[in-house]
Structure formats: C-alpha cells, structure tokens
Design a protein around this ligand. Structure first.
Ligand code: GLN
Length: 457
C-alpha cells in the first residue's frame, strides 16, 4: 500500500542520489518524515485530508517558511531565519503539502543561469555541462530530475518560465497579484510574482487554486475571484490565438526554435483554433524598460540589507555607521547584485530620473495599453520562451548585456502584469528541450491552463 512516508522516502533517496546537481541548498528530511508519518496516521484514523495531501513541494530560497533559513541565494542572509511564513506557504501547508527543502537560485533572483548563487551553480539534469536557467534554476532542476512533485519559484522577468524551458518542464507565472507576495523576498515589487513548476498542467492548476486569492498581508494581492482551476482545466474549447512574426523572426531566436513553434502552430490550425498575427512594435523597448525599472526598484528594496537590521555584518573595525553599511554590503552582496544596485541608483539619481525612470514608466504604460488591446480579441498570445536552449556554463556569464537581451520574451509578461506559462514542445538537435510561451489577459490564467491541457480529438 502506498503511504506518504514511503513516497517521501523515495524523494529523499532521489535527492541524495542527485546531490551533485546542487538543486537543494537544504533538505528538511527529518521534519518532512515526521509530517509524512502524521499524515499517514490521520488517513488511517479517518481524519480530514487536504487538497494537497502528501504532495512533496520544494521552495525557492526566496520564500519565507517560519523557523527555516531563507537566504535568497546570498551570503548577506546566510544566517537569517524566517520569522513568519509566506502566505503561499501557509496555504500549501493548510492543504497538507509536505515542504521538502529549500532550492538554489541566483542571488535575489537576479540572473538567468543560476551562476550567480552564493551556494554554487546548479547543473541542468538534461545535460550537466549546461546551465539550468535562472533565477529559479534549483526549482526547475528539482522538478526535471524528479526530486519533488512540484516546486515554487519567483518570476520577476522570467525566472520561472525560462528555467522551466531550459529543463523541459512546465512553469507558470500567474498574473501580478494573483498569489500574495507576503513572505516573498523582494527584488522588484511591481514585477515580482510567485510561480509554480511541475510536469503536468493539473498539478499546477491545483497548486494555483490553493495559493491564489486576496490576502490581508499584501495590498497588491488581487481580490478577483479564484476559479476552481483544477476542475476546469479539461476543455475542448476553440482558442483565438495571436502570434508575432517579429518575435518568431527576431534575429536572436535560434531557427530550430522558431521552426518548432511554427510546427506547433500548424498543429493548432489543424485542431481548429484560429491563429492571427499581431504587431508587437514595442518588442525592442521591452528589455531596456525592464532593466531600468527593476534595477530602480531593487536598489530601493535592497537598501534594507545594511548590516544592522538584517543578515551579514562586517567584522572589520568600522569607524562610522556609513563604514559599517559599506563594508557589510560590499562583503555580503555578489557581483551581479552590486551591478544592479548601482544601475538602479543611477537611474533614480537627480538629473537622470526623468530621462530614465520616468521615461521607462511611460514606456511601461504604453506596453500595458497595447497588450490589453491584443487580449480584447485574443485568448492567447504565443511567443518563444527563450531565444535559445540551455547554454554551457561560462558561455554567457562574462557578457551581462547579451544575458539581459535574452530575457526579451519573458520580461514582457511582468511589465504588463499578465500571466505567462512555458510549456515544453520539442527537442533541439543539440539534445536540449525547448518550449513555447503562452500569455493571456489579466486574471486569465484559466485560459492558459485550459489551452495547454486541451483535449485534441
Ligand atoms: N533574468 C531576469 C533577471 O535577471 C529575470 C529574473 C527574475 O525573474 N527573477 O532579472
């Protein structure tokens, strides 16, 4: 007979066997075992069972879980323990999920390759010489290698969808505010959203249903009603699908990926869906707008790590308070985080504020307006997730600009606040998986879930 304890043991063994992947920073094996035994006991005694009874879930190391360490992949928080749990975590636990451990990521969610973690790189389980993507690289690798059933990540500009794409799993970033950000360590607050990685749409739908909805602890969490996603995902609906020639033909996109997406679209036409091209003339403004606004927000959010209130404090003799701040931050933050704090401070500085920050806010507004227009007459917009498949370690890490530019298709959803999902559709001749990205209108996560779970007759 299957028991929670038995299933959990298999996952713990699998994690140990795959330790070299470095997906987990910490495994809560004893605590999870205890919880699994309690669940089995409850089942035996005929007690109530939650909707996620015994589901084994990993948490990206940016999501607070009371009494557990949370470091955002940074040495500045290496000794920090959460004093409360994220609303998302509380809701998972209330439905009897088992939290198995803490997953590696780029420091403060800043990166696309998981090469910027203070706890070492994560290997891609599909090819260990390649990056798993980022910043939720541990979350994607863990699901792809079968080390947990689903995982949570955070997505500020693609950090759930791009690693899902690189590792061949499904990654959903709900629309802004769909899941409370209470207890999610902030990178760029008007972009951040907790996302879900899994291997089938039903699992993701159920987790979303459990975590979504208004929260008194986060004023930006949406109070829009939460549909019972998991019971609605099976649909034989016909979808109105938009696609962009500029995106598919974009010079950055690997021709095998665009050919794969075109083939996927051909299949959709045969299934009877209606596909129409739309104009995305703002495409080349997306990345600059994103990097101005997110670095600005990050420079402000990360100012709380001052060596006094949180985390690492320098040991070196410091003459003044400013000295403590400077030394603690210089020692605690990694290179990429420092780069972004400096960029963000620059775009917010007097004299440059209007030229950069205000301009980027205006660009964001236009992108939002044009996007809402597209979804007035379409259910889904199809885009690539990433221009290329998972690359080799070191291949792009010295060239920050080319790494930034590769975020072109994912940062769009965060700028517009809309939901996005990456779904695996093919295998490149280099052996790596790639996916397609589906986007939908505000609060239309259900369309995405139904679309990628459609029944084809
Ligand atoms: N790669 C993007 C960045 O570095 C995405 C990060 C994210 O979504 N957290 O900002």
């Amino acid at each position: 007979m299957i028991s929670c304890a038995g299933v959990l043991e298999d996952y713990i063994a699998e994690i140990a066997r795959n330790a070299r992947l470095n997906a987990f920073i910490e495994v809560y094996d004893e605590e999870a075992r205890l919880q699994a035994r309690q669940l089995d006991e409850r089942l035996r005694s005929g007690g109530p069972t939650g909707r996620l009874f015994g589901v084994v879930i990993g948490l990206k190391d940016v999501i607070c879980h009371r009494g557990h360490r949370v470091t955002a992949g940074s040495s500045i928080l290496s000794e920090f323990h959460s004093v409360y749990s994220a609303t998302a975590v509380e809701r998972l636990l209330a439905e009897d999920a088992i939290i198995i451990g803490r997953l590696n990521c780029d420091e403060f969610g800043m990166g696309s390759s998981n090469e910027h973690s203070a706890y070492g790189k994560v290997l891609n389980p599909r090819d260990e010489t390649r990056v798993p993507g980022g910043s939720s690289g541990g979350s994607a690798a863990a699901v792809a290698a079968g080390l947990c059933m689903v995982s949570l990540g955070s997505d500020t500009g693609g950090s759930v969808r791009q690693p899902a794409d690189f590792c061949g799993v499904i990654g959903l970033k709900p629309g802004y505010g769909r899941i409370s950000r209470h207890g999610l360590i902030a990178y760029a607050s008007s972009f951040d959203q907790i996302g879900i990685l899994g291997t089938c749409v039903e699992d993701i739908a159920l987790c979303l249903e459990v975590m979504a909805g208004a929260d008194g602890m986060d004023a930006t969490a949406s109070s829009a009603p939460v549909p019972p996603y998991s019971s609605l995902v099976g649909s034989g609906k016909t979808f109105r699908i938009a696609y962009s020639e500029e995106a598919l033909g974009h010079p950055s996109v690997d021709p095998e990926i665009s050919a794969g997406i075109r083939l996927f679209m051909e299949g959709l036409r045969k299934e009877g869906h209606v596909l129409t091209p739309v104009q995305l003339d703002f495409l080349d403004h997306i990345v600059p707008t994103y990097y101005i606004l997110t670095t600005a927000e990050a420079s402000s959010n990360l100012s709380r790590y001052d060596g006094i209130r949180y985390g690492h404090r320098t040991d070196t003799e410091s003459a003044t308070l400013d000295d403590i701040y400077a030394k603690s931050r210089s020692e605690g933050f990694g290179k990429e985080v420092k780069r972004r704090i400096m960029l963000g401070t620059f775009v917010l500085s007097t004299g440059y504020f209007d030229a950069y920050f205000t301009k980027a806010q205006q660009a964001r507004r236009r992108i939002v307006d044009q996007t809402l227009e597209i979804f007035r007459s379409h259910d889904i917009l199809l885009l690539p997730t990433s221009p290329f498949t998972a690359f080799h370690f070191g291949e792009k890490s010295e060239d920050a600009i080319s790494m930034f530019l590769a975020d072109i298709f994912t940062v769009y959803a965060n700028l517009a606040g809309i939901p996005g999902i990456s779904f695996p559709i093919g295998k490149h001749s280099n052996g790596m998986p790639f996916g397609v990205q589906g986007l939908s209108g505000r609060h239309r996560e259900l369309s995405l879930l139904q679309f990628f779970n459609r029944t084809t007759s």
